[in-house]
Each structure stands twice: as structure tokens, then as C-alpha cells.
Design a protein around this ligand. Structure first.
Ligand code: PMP
Length: 955
């Protein structure tokens, strides 16, 4: 039998077979009664066959392929399944015992097979693949490759168009079928460049059997607990062949490129995971990206070719756009840059090269400009100013090579901004001479001057004058930099590189854009951001202090409701309830600084701030509350509230609500019942703590209209305590149910319980640490929403906008009851600096109308989220009011099964898209939305739009 050779074939149109004919065939040959549905294929006819017992796939091959080829494919699939534990289709024997059945379709002889159908969805079904899913795909490709390396069965030689050793020829032959303007040339160029880049390594690449089409399309996945698809199986061994082993990964990587919002670094987890299973050699690493380009080009031209010869093939025609996107993504960046990126996935970092040459500028003293996230020059939102404004100093200054610039950040953007300069930027107050660092030829472009030297080019852009052109010697005058700025970049590439790139791509680009600093400032220190910070944190900081996110960004600045990491990426902060005024508020910073310069002692001294602050706080609460204790945190405030209750009543027992958090000290931990905050909460509770049902009207024991019964039960519980001889010293409760997900308590809840507690001689404590201070919009305090006045109110968090500050507000009489404990003193509680911080927070809150903003923007945000709930079944409820909102995610709106893992994954995806969000509640299935109170309607829209995108595209 002659071997199949693509290059000898004219056309490989898929065989034409009706579903009815497919059903007949399956009945005749395999004795299976089933219903046939057409499945797409480039060159074969495939049907899904559903019978009463099982589901199969009938594959009627293109007549060009032989029975031996198909037999080999079945054996290889079985081998992969057996040795790698990967699901793969199994061939079913016909009546005659053969798996490969000769058939005649439209007068042509060919063969058919029936294989088992793998349950699940193609991995390509969603629009987004999260990094762990990409890694799982790389792992699957690695295991498949490892298994196929030991496949010892038959493998008839074939000359396939999908063999990447043939890809360049395929592109040359089929490029003419690309009708997109310029597309044919683009395909030829890209393939030519990739083939050149590959030439050095091609002869040294190991060969082995490969699946050859291990794309997301051909990987079967099942949804994991977090709702992300996990690859479990591989289908379609139709391109099985002997080829370069690394080609397997190249195909997989190319299929990952067009996913939504992806920059090319999205493929790195796949490469890392593949390498962990099946190590990648240096030659293979250099070959990988050229092979991705060749695959993308060959796939694109083949698709167009197939569509031209088989216009009725909906599968081939329908894929054209997708294949074009793969091609565009594969060719968007230079091969050398992508190879540097790919290398960074598995090899230690390489310092960028450094440019050498004669000085471009000489005889000047240069100042270094700092436009990075931590630069003091960018305080008070100055990063939003023009860079030239910021650089307006006398003399000559420069922004260093590879410094991620906060000045280039973009607020509320889903894409990481291009912040990193691949050269230096000069800012000059006086004209400066620029000289050629090496001999070369100067070419003047519209917006740039290029000095092409031997294997490197100097690029200059900016306010240049009198630039010369033509041949120059090193040291000769190139032109003048006028007062203004100029960018100086050195490139090893033929094409002109961008000056700014996103941080994720900077190190790869830097390999091709050497550091030009020695050309302008030979003695300047080098230096790179410290990448070892997470490890140092893990080494020195107690590990029980956890961190947000699996890949935590290093956030070093905040401004209003935005946070910035060291790459200059901005995040909308929808989480930080403490910073009610927003981050970096200049009024607060100035006030604290002034007070620090003046005095910071303690409240045993006599000074005005403590008096003024205490009076202001006392004025915020209704009578009879009039007396203030100042401490440093919510924990201390709640701890002190308990001690006041104990001291005043001479009792120990406390009634608290389940699923709440009140602090980490011994006493507050005892009354904290939230397993999300303390997994041991239920086992470690001392006998003096008595708990009430979580009054959750959404998913608790009583729901909806029934929720009034929580209060009835609570009153009953108070009576039981009294009857049992353990009347409560205190009833402690958040007046708006913050830790459970930001939901209101049932109407009348506290109004029913407070009198019962007081009748029993106990005190009612409202923990306003999270929900008070204007966040609810309509109300300054949570207890107002319940229409009650507590005996003791605890406050913290927002009070200091992040400065450690807490307070207990109570009556004169209850405060006096503390005498039996001795006196009360807290070294920093009520210090001059703390009091000034607290006063300033209150002033800004008032002057900027933040409570009202919480009401207005909160209502808008809530309405947007409720509209999303109509569209996305995973949103079970939208709780809360003002800017304390909880979006509860459920797997089923009837059972209310919490979508815990999904919520965590959604928060990770929101982070990638520029939003800081975390889960809360005992089930960790509520998005806790409690941003700084100054967020705008546009911020709320960015959040709602992004959440909509994530819930639509997948996470
Ligand atoms: N009470 C409530 C309701 C809280 O949410 C918290 C903190 N999450 C605390 C008390 C403890 O406050 P801190 O962390 O300031 O000690």
C-alpha cells in the first residue's frame, strides 16, 4: 500500500454521508441502534451515535487514509489511556471482530470506525482558560508526549500536512488560498522567518510519535468544584505521526493564544507544566516559538485551502476566523522576544544585555527621575500629571531603563498597561548635543532617528533638531535634544521595537533591547525590582497570617479607591472597608504629619485633641450614650465592651450570634463563632458563651417572611438562660450582619431582643466595627437601621481610615462600672496622633459628603448587581445597602448550595481584570463589596461590567 503523502494529493474533501446512512452503517456493522448527529471535521465525516446503552462516535475516514493508519491510531490511543491514565476513545469491534470496517461512500472505498464517546465538554467550549487550567492542559500534553514516546505499535509512515517538519512547505504551497488582503504574504513571511529561526536547531530535535493535534478542541474536560474545566481526556488521534516531540507542545500553545484578553504570557503555565512532566531541552526551547508560528501559519492556510475545495464543510468554514486569530496572535511579536519569554517559564532569569559604545551625551550631570509606584514625586495623585510637568527641573534628568512607571497607569482598565520603558528617557531644560555611540548609518523616520550599526540600532525619538543623516563615525554629532524629552533605545532586532511594554513582557523584550544607560551615564547604578519578596515574607512572617490571592500583586500605593502594584497596574479597590476616605488622602496624611511633628504622647497627659475627639464621637451617638473610651482596634473595643458588661453585671455569660467575628483576643475570640475566620470556633467555645441561630433570612432556618421567628427564638433563649440560673451579662451582635455577607438583620430583630436582655439585667452591645460610620448610606450607624439604641457601641476600622483606632461608646454609668477592674489605660489609644487622625476622618467624611455618596452610588451599584442576577443564575442574592453589599453565589437557587470554590476562582479572575475582591461568610460564597465610600458611578459600572464579563466568559 502506498503511504499517504499530502503533497501528492489534490484535495481532501470530507466524505459525504447522511446521518441516516451513518445510522444504517452502525446497525449493520456493529449491531447498534442509534441516532446519528453530525460532528465537524476538516477531512473526515464524524457522527455522534446515541444508543440506549451508550454513546459512540462514528468516524468515516477520508478515502486518502488507509486502514493501517487508522489501526495505528486506535492502538496509540489505547496506549496513552493505559500508560498515562488519560481518557481516550476506545475502538469498538464490529460483528466480524474488526475495529476498522471497509465501507463505500458515494462510490469511493474508505474505512469507518466506531469509538467510545468521552463524556464531558471540549476544553475550548469557554472563552477563558484560567492559569491552573492552562497548566493542567500543559500537564496533559506532557503526559501524552511521555506515553507516546514509549508507544511501540505500528506507525505507518505518512507525509502529513500537519507534521510541523512540513509546515513551511505547506504554507508556501497553500498561501495563495488566503484571501484576506496581505494575508498570503504575511503567512509566507511568518513561516519563512520561523523556518530560518528553526534551522539551527531542527536537526537536533528529538523525534517520537506525536498526537499532532493536541489543541483545546481535542481535549475533553469536566467541570471541577470551582466551575473551571479540568482536562481529562484526549480525542482524535487522526494526525498521529512521527515528528518532533516538542511539536506536541507547540500545537497546544498555539491553540491557547486566542483566548479572551490574553497576552502571550498566558501560555507560560502550560510550558512549565509540560516541562515538569517531560523535560524540555535547550534546543527544544529555542524551537518552540518558531514551531508555534509555523503551526499557526500552516493551520490558517490549510483552513482557507480546505474551505476553497470543500465549501460545504461548515466545520472548516466556521473555523476560519478562529484560525486567523491564532495566526495573528502567533505573529504579533518578534520570534526572538517570544523565545525569550518562553525561556523565562522554565529557566533562571537572565540579566538583559548592556549597550556599549561612546557616550551619546557627555559633560552633563544627570539626575535620576523616579516615576515608579513608590516615588514620593507621585504622592497626592500626581501620577495623573504629565510626565514632562513632573520632570520640570533644571539641567538634565532621565527615567531609568525598565522602570515600571506609575505615570503610565490606567485606572479601571481590564488590561495591564504598558508601563515599562525599554530604554531611557531624557528630560532636558537646556539643549544637549547627541553623538553617535558607534559607527553606522543614520536613517531619518517621521518620528524617530535610527542609527544602524553592526547588529544593533540606536533609536532616538523626541524633541530633536538638526539631526544628520547618512554614514557617521562614533563620536560624531547626531543632532541636538531641545529643551523637552527624548527616548534613547538600543535594539538588536531588525524592526523597531515599542518603547513601552506591559510588565509581564518586559524581561523578554529586554533581552533584545539592551540597557542604554552606559551611553548616557556610565556610572549609574543598575538594579532590578526585588522578585524575592514573597519568599522573604514566608520566611519571616508568621504563616498563620494569610494573604489574599494565589499570585498576590505587590501593592505599594493607594490613591482614593485605587490600588497600584509595583508594575504600575491599577486595581479598583472594592474591598477595603477600613479606608472609608480612600487611600493616600492628603488631608489625613498632612494632619497626621503635623501632629507627629508637634507631639505624640498618651491620654494621661492633658491636650486638646483627645477632648475634641471624644466630644465629637459622643455627639454622634444618641442619648443616653455620652462617654468614650479610646483604644486601637476592633478587637480591643469588643474586649473592653465585654469587660464593661462583666464589671457592671457581676456576671460572666454572654449571648452572641453565630457566624460572627468580633476579634482575636481571648474574650473576643470566644464570642467569635464564624468558622470562616476561625475554623476551630465551634470546638473551642467556652461554657460562658451561648449562641443564637444566625438570623439569615436568605439561607438560615427561617427564610423570607418567616425570618421574624429568629427574634422569637432569641427571646426564648434569653428566658432559658435566666431560668437556667445563667442570666446574660451581655448580648453582643453586629447590628447589620457584616461577617455573614453584608445583610440586614430581619426587621425588628434587635428591637425584640434588646428589651428581653435588659429585662434579664444584661447589657446590649452593638459591634459597629465593620458596618458603622456611614457605610450604609441611609444610616450612620447600623443600629439606626434596626431602630434601637444599644448600651455599648464598639467602633474601629473606618474610624482611623487605617490608622489603628478603636472606641467604646457607652453611658457614664456603665463606664463608671469599670472602676471595679482598676483604671483603664491604653498607651496609644487616644494618643494625640490617633485623635487627630480620628478627627480628620470625621471632617473629611462630612466635607466630602461620603455617607451620602455611599447612599447614591450604593443604590446604583445594587441595581446593577440585581440586574446581573437576572442574567446569571449563579447569583443567588444581592444583600446589603449603601456601600456594604454582598453578592451571594450559589450552585442552585433551590438548594442554595454555596458556590464556594467558584467564588474564590471568580475573585482571582476579577483580580486579573483589575479589581480587588474577596469572598466572605461562613460558606465563603459571598463577594464582600465594601469599597472606600468615595467610589464613583463609573467605578461601580466598571465593577458590575467586569463581574458580568467574568460570569459570562467563565473563570
Ligand atoms: N468586629 C467586627 C464585626 C469585625 O469585622 C472585626 C474585624 N474584622 C473586628 C471586630 C475586629 O477588629 P480588629 O481587626 O480591628 O481587631
Amino acid at each position: 500500500m502506498t503511504k499517504f503523502n499530502f503533497f501528492d494529493q489534490q484535495a481532501l474533501a470530507a466524505p459525504e454521508l447522511s446521518p441516516a446512512a451513518a445510522e444504517n452503517l452502525v446497525r449493520e456493522r456493529y449491531g447498534i441502534d442509534g441516532t446519528a448527529t453530525e460532528l465537524g471535521s476538516q477531512q473526515d465525516a464524524n457522527f455522534r451515535i446515541e444508543s440506549a446503552a451508550a454513546t459512540f462516535v462514528l468516524k468515516v475516514s477520508n478515502p486518502a487514509f488507509t486502514a493501517d493508519d487508522l489501526d495505528a491510531q486506535d492502538r496509540a490511543a489505547a496506549h496513552v489511556a493505559r500508560s498515562a491514565g488519560i481518557l481516550a476513545p476506545t475502538a469498538v469491534e464490529g460483528h466480524d471482530g474488526r475495529t476498522v470496517q471497509p465501507v463505500t461512500v458515494a462510490g469511493r472505498s474508505t474505512v469507518a470506525r466506531l469509538v467510545t464517546y468521552l463524556d464531558g465538554e471540549s476544553l475550548s467550549a469557554g472563552e477563558y482558560l484560567a492559569p491552573p487550567v492552562v497548566a493542567a492542559l500543559g500537564d496533559l500534553a506532557g503526559r501524552t508526549s511521555l506515553a507516546l514516546a514509549t508507544y511501540a505499535g505500528p506507525l505507518p509512515p505518512r507525509e502529513l500536512q500537519w507534521d510541523l517538519r512540513n509546515a513551511h512547505d505547506v504554507v508556501v504551497r497553500l498561501a495563495e488560498f488566503v484571501s484576506v488582503p496581505g494575508g498570503a504574504d504575511a503567512a509566507r513571511d511568518a513561516a519563512g522567518r520561523a523556518a530560518d529561526a528553526l534551522a539551527t536547531y531542527a536537526g537536533r530535535l528529538p523525534l517520537q510519535p506525536v498526537h499532532g493535534d493536541l489543541t483545546a478542541d481535542n481535549v475533553i474536560s469536566v467541570a471541577g468544584a470551582d466551575g473551571r474545566r479540568r482536562p481529562v481526556g484526549v480525542i482524535d488521534f487522526g494526525d498521529l505521526m512521527r515528528s518532533w516531540g516538542i511539536a506536541e507542545l507547540a500545537v497546544t500553545c498555539s491553540s491557547l493564544l486566542p483566548y479572551s484578553g490574553s497576552d502571550p504570557s498566558v501560555i507560560l503555565p502550560a510550558i512549565r507544566a509540560f516541562h515538569a512532566v517531560r523535560p524540555i531541552t535547550d534546543d527544544e526551547l529555542s524551537a518552540l516559538w518558531p514551531l508555534v508560528v509555523l503551526r499557526a501559519a500552516a493551520l490558517m492556510v490549510s483552513g482557507r485551502h480546505q474551505a476553497s475545495i470543500d465549501a460545504a464543510n461548515r466545520y472548516a468554514v466556521g473555523n476560519l476566523d478562529h484560525e486567523w486569530r491564532v495566526f495573528e496572535a502567533a505573529t504579533a511579536l518578534p520570534i526572538d522576544v517570544m523565545t525569550a519569554l518562553v525561556r523565562s517559564a522554565i529557566r533562571p532569569p537572565v540579566a538583559p544585555p548592556v549597550a556599549a559604545g561612546r557616550p551619546v551625551i557627555a559633560g552633563h550631570t544627570l539626575t535620576v527621575l523616579d516615576f515608579s509606584t513608590t516615588s514620593p514625586a507621585l504622592h497626592d495623585g500626581r501620577f495623573g500629571h504629565d510626565e514632562a510637568d513632573l520632570a520640570a527641573i533644571a539641567g538634565l534628568a532621565y527615567v531609568p531603563y525598565l522602570q515600571p512607571r506609575l505615570t503610565r497607569t490606567r485606572l479601571n482598565s481590564a488590561e495591564p498597561p504598558a508601563t515599562v520603558g525599554l530604554g531611557v528617557e531624557l528630560f532636558a531644560a537646556e539643549p544637549v548635543d547627541l553623538r553617535a555611540p558607534w559607527p553606522g548609518t543614520v536613517v531619518l523616520h517621521d518620528d524617530a532617528v535610527a542609527l544602524h550599526g553592526e547588529s544593533r540600532t540606536l533609536w532616538l525619538t523626541g524633541s530633536l533638531r538638526d539631526t544628520v543623516s547618512g554614514a557617521l563615525q562614533a563620536g560624531e554629532l547626531l543632532g541636538h535634544l531641545l529643551p523637552g524629552s527624548a527616548r534613547i533605545q538600543v535594539s538588536l532586532l531588525n524592526a523597531r521595537p515599542p518603547f513601552f511594554v506591559p510588565a509581564a513582557m518586559a524581561d523578554a523584550w529586554a533581552q533584545l533591547c539592551p540597557d542604554p544607560t552606559p551611553l548616557i551615564a556610565p556610572d549609574a547604578p543598575g538594579g532590578h525590582p526585588d522578585g524575592a519578596l514573597p519568599a522573604r515574607r514566608a520566611g519571616a512572617f508568621a504563616p498563620v497570617q494569610e494573604h489574599y490571592f494565589t499570585e498576590p500583586p505587590q501593592i505599594e500605593r493607594g490613591w482614593r479607591q485605587h490600588l497600584f502594584d509595583v508594575t504600575g497596574r491599577s486595581y479598583l479597590d472594592m474591598l477595603n472597608n477600613v479606608s472609608i476616605l480612600g487611600h493616600g488622602h492628603p488631608r489625613l496624611a498632612d494632619a497626621i504629619e503635623q501632629q507627629w511633628r508637634l507631639l505624640n504622647t498618651n491620654s494621661r497627659f492633658h491636650y486638646g485633641a483627645v477632648v475634641e475627639f471624644a466630644e465629637r464621637l459622643a455627639a454622634l451617638v444618641p442619648a443616653p450614650l455620652d462617654t468614650v473610651f479610646l483604644v486601637n482596634s476592633g478587637t480591643e473595643a469588643d474586649d473592653l465592651a465585654l469587660r464593661l458588661a462583666w464589671a457592671n453585671t457581676g456576671r460572666r455569660d454572654v449571648l452572641a450570634v453565630r457566624e460572627a467575628y468580633h476579634g482575636w483576643s481571648d474574650a473576643t475570640d470566644a464570642v467569635s463563632t464564624s468558622v470562616a475566620d476561625n475554623p476551630n470556633a465551634l470546638d473551642t467555645r467556652p461554657a460562658w458563651v451561648h449562641t443564637l441561630d444566625a438570623p439569615n433570612a436568605y439561607r438560615g432556618r427561617y427564610r423570607g417572611a418567616e425570618a421574624g421567628r429568629y427574634a422569637e427564638d432569641a427571646v426564648e433563649a434569653v428566658r432559658d438562660l435566666v431560668a437556667g440560673g445563667r442570666p446574660p451579662a451581655a448580648f453582643l451582635c453586629e447590628p447589620f450582619y457584616g461577617n455573614a455577607g453584608g445583610m440586614a438583620l430581619p426587621a425588628g430583630y434587635l428591637a425584640a431582643i434588646y428589651p428581653a436582655v435588659r429585662d434579664a439585667g444584661g447589657l446590649c452591645v452593638a459591634d459597629e466595627v465593620q458596618v458603622g460610620y456611614g457605610r450604609l448610606g441611609e444610616h450612620f450607624w447600623g443600629f439606626e437601621q434596626q431602630g434601637v439604641v444599644p448600651d455599648i457601641v464598639t467602633v474601629a476600622k473606618a474610624m482611623g481610615n487605617g490608622h489603628p483606632l478603636g472606641a467604646v461608646l457607652t453611658t457614664r454609668e456603665i463606664a463608671a462600672g469599670y472602676r471595679s477592674q482598676g483604671y483603664f489605660f491604653s498607651s496609644a489609644g487616644g494618643s494625640p496622633v490617633s485623635c487627630v487622625a480620628g478627627l480628620t476622618v470625621l471632617n473629611v467624611l462630612r466635607d466630602e459628603g461620603l455617607q451620602d455618596n455611599a447612599r447614591v452610588v450604593g443604590a446604583h451599584l445594587r441595581a446593577r448587581l440585581l440586574a446581573l442576577a437576572d442574567k446569571h443564575p449563579i447569583i443567588g442574592a444581592v444583600h446589603g445597602m449603601g456601600l456594604y453589599i454582598g453578592v451571594e453565589l450559589v450552585r442552585d437557587r433551590e438548594t442554595l448550595e454555596p458556590a464556594t470554590e467558584e467564588t474564590a476562582a471568580i475573585c482571582e479572575r476579577l483580580r486579573e481584570l483589575g479589581i480587588i475582591m474577596q469572598p466572605t461568610s461562613d460558606r465563603m460564597c459571598v463577594l464582600k463589596i465594601k469599597p472606600p465610600l468615595g467610589i464613583t458611578r463609573a467605578d461601580a459600572d466598571f465593577f458590575a461590567d467586569t463581574l458580568d464579563r467574568v460570569l459570562t466568559e467563565g473563570w
